[in-house]
Every structure is written in C-alpha cells, then in structure tokens.
Design a protein. Sequence first.
Length: 339
Amino acid sequence: MDLFELTRALVDIESITENELRVGTYLYDYLSEMAASTKGVVERMPVAPNRFNVFAHWGDPVVTLSTHIDTVPPFFPSREDDTRIWGRGACDTKGIIASMLFAVRELLAEGARNVAVLFVVGEERNSLGAFEAAKHNRGSKYIINGEPTQNKLALGSKGALRCEIVAKGRMAHSAYPELGESAIEKLLDALEAIRKMPLPVDPVLGRSTLNIGTISGGRAPNVIPDHARAEIFVRLIDGGDSTREALRQVLGRKAEMQEVLAVPAVLLGSLPGFETDVVSFTTDIPAFGGSWGTPFLYGPGSILLAHTSEEHVPKQDLVNAVQTYKRLVKTLGSMHATN
C-alpha cells in the first residue's frame, strides 16, 4: 500500500468524533504489523468506552509525531484525480497520519530510533484524547502536532473559548405580551451587544474573532418565550481572561454566560531552514500541556478546505510532508543529542 492508497483507506473509515473505534483499530493493527519487523512497541491508551489513543514507539522516544484520528461530520468517502485526494479527513487529518507513518517507515529503514507516533481521539470536540495522553507521557522531549498548515511550521495558533448564552423570560399569551417577558428578545439584545464588543489583538496571532454558531428557544409562535439559548465560539489570541470579563460586562442582566470549553492560544518556535506561518485555528497542543515535550505544529494541506464539502489534499503536499517530517525528527533529535 503506497502513501496515497493508505490516505484513501483511512479516509474511507468513517471516524466522526466519538466513533473512532474502527479507525483506531485499523491503526493499531497497521502499527502492530509494522512494529513486528522493526522491534517497536504498540499500545492502546484507553480514553473512554470504545475510544482509545494509539501509541507506538521505537526505543525511548525523543520525538513524537502526533495528530488526531476523529473528523467532523458529515462523512463522505475518498476519491482522487491526478493531483488530489478528496474525502472527509483528507487534509484534517487522514493524509497527515499517512505521511507520518511513511516518514517513520523511512526513518526506521535508515536506522533511526527514539521516535514515536501518538494518534488521539476527540480533537474536533474537546481534545479528550490529548488531555488523557497528557496524564501518561512516555518521556518524549518534542512533539510534532499534525494539522493542515500548508507544509509550513506554525509560529503560533489561536485558542478557543466556547460559551452558551442563556436568557430566561416568562411565558404569556402572545395577544397579551405585557404579561410576559420574552427570553428571545433578551437574547437578541445580548447577542447584539456581543457583536459590538471590541476584541483583543496580538502582533503575531492577529485579532481575536467571534462566531455566533447556534440560536434556539421559544415554544410556539403564539407564546411569549420563556427560554432562549445561543452558542458562541471565540478564537482567542491569549488566555481569554479579558474576553471573559468583556462578555460579562456587555451581558449584564440580559443573559447568563456558561463556559463550555477554554483553550489558550499558544506561541510556538521555529527551526532554521523551515518555512513558517501563523494559523487561526485551535489544536491539541494546549491540552498536552507540555507533558510530551516542546511542541511544533506542521502538516500538509490547507485548513481552508477542512470541514468543507470540498475537503481534499494535494498529493504533492503529502509527498513533501513525508520528507519534512523526517527532517524535523532528525533536526530535533540532533538538538537533543547536543544539549
């Protein structure tokens, strides 16, 4: 199975978050066969019922290549043309997994050791797999996290603040609105205030952004609504404290804020000879908390295509990624050896 065939095989296994069992089993079996002839060790790291991370290592790991195995919905299978592979997860992150595996194969064939791979569940929702892996580090000194960065080392990635905005009212007959209190009108006022709220800016990561993702509420068109709810998602450029306080200030008594997820922004390092960029998305890196070593962020494909119906990855990006992952492992291994 070549690089492109492996990418397609992985894409064709549906692994929407919380349904990673089949792809996890596939990777465990693949790595077990690979390790049998290369003196590696493979293990399942339990996370939740029918959900586990897959970890494989050759010697004591100095560098760990890691990415997530779950995808967003909806699933659609792979196809390819002369230059691209299409399908859910093609760039986020099934093609990355394939590139990492082929990089490790070539490194082992060249006599390298002290390398590992860690594939985790749950990144697309709450980084559950990475949080669990952070409790069970294996001594790795560096972790290369795989996300679509267009084959550039990312100097930083934004964080995430996900909140529910909840408004409460009082039901009444819509013919007599003065007897009720509209939760939806309160929510609309709250969201308008949030939209006008200034957000912080960072010289490296740029400006923070906010998305109102869902709105729900009410009981019927002829009933004054007693409840309403919205979900918002803020892309943080810092730890989020100033944004939390700003949200509380603008909401006042209009609505309540319930924090669902908070991931701080991270600034990352560069390495000589590697092209760099800055990305606006959030990764598993904060969830690892440094337990798997100094983090770097790199991968083939464009994040602009991830989570879309047009998701695909250029074949040449995958080929280039194999060689760059090898260079990264060798570079970081040499750095560790000289320290």
